[in-house]
Design a protein around this ligand. Structure first.
Ligand code: HEC
Length: 85
């Protein structure tokens, strides 16, 4: 995976906060918390949505959230959430 930059990741996540929280803690019980999660896990999980390796209505929704992001953007976002306490 590309090396992630958490400060850049922060700038790429305004739309994510609505569901995953500004502190990485999800706003609803059915949404996953991202704060402090492993960086590689976050990166792989996001690629799994973009590659159709995760399926279902919520996976399709997540694919839409990520569709305009490059693998570098995704690495930056993974760094950002993994560094949250
Ligand atoms: C409308 C609410 C919503 C928005 C907006 C949203 N997400 Fe999600 N996200 C979810 C839900 C629900 C899941 C679980 C989907 C599934 O796999 O069933 C999820 C899953 C994820 C996962 C995988 C977590 C894990 O533990 O496997 C990551 C990473 C993630 N989202 C990042 C993001 C990022 C980055 C953005 C913004 C670009 C974003 N999400 C925008 C609701 C949202």
């Amino acid at each position: 995976m590309p090396k992630g930059d958490a400060s850049k990741g922060e700038l790429k996540t305004p739309s994510c906060r609505f569901c995953h929280g500004s502190n990485g803690i999800a706003s609803q019980a059915s949404y996953p918390n991202l704060a402090g999660q492993q960086q590689k896990y976050l990166y792989d999980s996001m690629l799994a949505y973009t590659n159709d390796m995760r399926i279902g209505p919520m996976a399709t929704m997540m694919k839409g959230q990520l569709q305009n992001l490059t693998s570098q953007d995704i690495a930056d976002i993974a760094a950002y959430y993994s560094e949250m306490k």
